[in-house]
Design a protein around this ligand. Structure first.
Ligand code: C5P
Length: 248
């Protein structure tokens, strides 16, 4: 099954407190964005890449010059969902038909080809789309409203049965996903993943595909340290060689 990869990479990653936008932080010799791209750049099923970038992004050209794939670029928006929508609008303007699109966060550098394979297999069977996800394993505590904000207090324990954490990539047909994101934007709503936009629009019943616990999203310095350990392992991501190393 052939697909386009859509990467929202227009965030600032302020929670990390770094001088660079987080997608350009270096881990195990490459930027997070390059690690996130690597399995797809090495995948013959990937027809091309559409990327949403911040208007003042100075770092992208050094990544772009080493990507041997058709590329479409868009300027991102205020929310992640705006960035994905703009990327898909740019793709829709240049593409005939209704290709599959895999939307993947630049902040998830450890996705493995086996996860992509499982996602594509599910998407091939379900026109309504599919997403990688992980069943919750921890006990869930609801925090009590504490007007002083001094300490978090347990209000109650929430049932976790049937709850999953949504990961990326998420696979949808271009045109329904774009229509769903445009409808959400027109209502002033920002879905936090693609599946939520599809759910709101009633345009499909996305399938949950078990992903890997190593498919970590980098949000905090601790996440960065964790993915550093994962990516430093020999053979961590076989696809990494699909992007030549940057010139020093
Ligand atoms: O900030 P967060 O970790 O949720 O961002 C997830 C992904 O969405 C990152 O790849 C980030 O660059 C991207 N993003 C974006 N446009 C925004 C906010 C986030 O492309 N306005």
């Amino acid at each position: 099954m052939r697909y386009w990869l859509a990467i929202p990479a227009a965030g600032l990653g302020q929670r990390l407190g770094a001088a660079l936008p987080k997608q350009y932080l270096q881990v195990a010799g490459r930027s997070l964005l390059e690690w996130a791209l690597a399995p797809f750049v090495g995948d013959p099923r990937c027809e091309g890449i559409v990327v949403a970038l911040a208007a003042d992004d100075r770092w992208w050209p050094q990544v772009r010059e080493r990507l041997s794939r058709p590329l479409v670029e868009a300027t991102g928006g205020a929310e992640r969902s705006d960035s994905v929508r703009r990327a898909l609008e740019a793709l829709a303007a240049r593409t005939e038909g209704d290709p599959w699109v895999l939307v993947h966060d630049a902040a998830r550098p450890c996705v493995r080809l086996e996860e992509v394979d499982a996602l594509l297999e599910a998407a091939a069977r379900h026109e309504g789309g599919a997403l990688l996800a992980l069943p919750l394993v921890d006990t869930l505590k609801r925090q009590e409203d504490d007007p002083s904000g001094a300490a978090a207090i347990v209000a109650r324990t929430e049932p976790r049965a049937g709850l999953w954490r949504a990961l990326t990539p998420q696979a949808f047909r271009l045109r329904p996903l774009l229509a769903a994101l445009q409808a959400a934007a027109a209502q002033g709503r920002a879905p936090t993943d693609e599946a939520q936009a599809i759910e709101w629009a009633g345009l499909g019943r996305p399938r949950l595909v078990p992903g890997a616990a190593t498919n970590v999203k980098v949000t905090t310095p601790a996440d960065l340290a964790l993915v550093g350990l994962l990516l430093a392992q020999p053979g961590a991501l076989p696809g990494a060689s699909s992007i030549p190393a940057a010139r020093r």
